[in-house]
Design a protein around this ligand. Structure first.
Ligand SMILES: [Fe+2]
Length: 307
């Protein structure tokens, strides 16, 4: 066997790395450090006071600081507003309440039973590890404002649901710089349909015979081309909320109160699911939709008029 010479040549060229250097990542700050930042921001009220907003229609949030290492958000809560069980993806966090009082529910690892506490203005920050699930709500009579700091900067929220003995991950959502959560239409549809039991064509027909209101929300062109649903009330989608909200002066005469039983019908049962979810937002808890829409009704051999 020949000997392999050991080279002692000194090269002036850069050293060869078989494995490329890992990309530089900003350090992730510890929760306690984030708590100090949150407290400092909370005390620097002049920096963010002009941005404070409380919106009765949706929880208000705005990003007030953004560095490589962390970002900070201001959230305004009117009484009754809250955020359900979530964590912050890979980000650790800290929260300081600057005005009012929030209630926090926090789930210990492996438990479906939260620990609940009040977070009042003037109290020290609370901190969260990256995988800590919590929920916040303003259950008091006055508005509340809070400062939230995350490291690395918040890019994702993960939403959970408490089951009997554990928390179940429901969905993940990217977070945009304006504080809103990007949703896909699939996620919207899934969440809407989780709110009610959908009816098969034959069930919809039985429900209508039993007093439920069938509401055909298809565009006029589809009704003309494919026929209409006997006994259904026609309300095009752009009028739906005004015609079905029991408190609206433009409501249908059939809508007497929030107990109305409503079955929405569209072409194939997609738009009707989203619309039924909106009706639930209006307090119409007995609203649902026809699975498969008008076309499934027709395929099931149920009566069609107008052709
Ligand atoms: Fe949070």
């Amino acid at each position: 066997m020949s000997q392999v010479p050991v080279s002692r040549t000194v090269s002036s060229s850069p050293p060869l790395h078989l494995v490329s250097d890992p990309p530089r990542r900003p350090p992730i700050r510890a929760p306690r450090w984030l708590g100090d930042v949150a407290l400092g921001l909370a005390e620097a009220r002049d920096l963010w006071a002009p941005k404070v907003h409380h919106d009765p229609s949706r929880r208000f949030s705005v990003r007030i600081a953004h560095t490589e290492e962390y970002d900070a958000w201001l959230i305004g809560w009117v009484p009754g507003q809250g955020i359900s069980a979530h964590d912050h993806g890979n980000s650790a966090g800290a929260v300081v309440v600057t005005d009012g009082t929030l209630v926090e529910a926090r789930w210990p690892a492996g438990s479906s039973v939260p620990e609940v506490r009040q977070l009042a203005a003037g109290e020290p920050p609370v901190v969260l590890d990256a995988d800590q699930v919590h929920a916040l709500a303003n259950l008091h009579d006055a508005v509340a404002t809070s400062v939230h700091v995350y490291s690395p900067p918040l890019t994702e929220m993960r939403w959970f649901e408490a089951e009997e003995d554990r928390l179940r991950l429901r969905r993940e959502e990217p977070v945009r710089a304006d504080g809103s959560h990007q949703r896909t239409v699939d996620a919207l549809l899934r969440d809407a349909r989780a709110r009610f039991r959908r009816l098969l064509p034959v069930e919809a027909r039985l429900a209508a015979a039993d007093g439920a209101l069938l509401v055909d929300i298809r565009p006029e062109a589809n009704r003309r081309a494919e026929g209409s649903l006997p006994g259904a009330v026609v309300v095009e989608r752009n009028e739906l909320e005004w015609r079905l909200d029991p408190t609206s002066p433009d409501r249908l005469p059939e809508i007497l109160d929030h107990d109305a039983r409503i079955v929405l019908v569209c072409n194939e049962g997609y738009a009707s699911s989203l619309a039924a979810g909106t009706l639930h937002d209006l307090g119409l808890m007995h609203a649902t939709d026809l699975e498969g829409g008008f076309r499934a009704w027709k395929d099931a051999g149920l009566p069609v008029a107008g052709l």
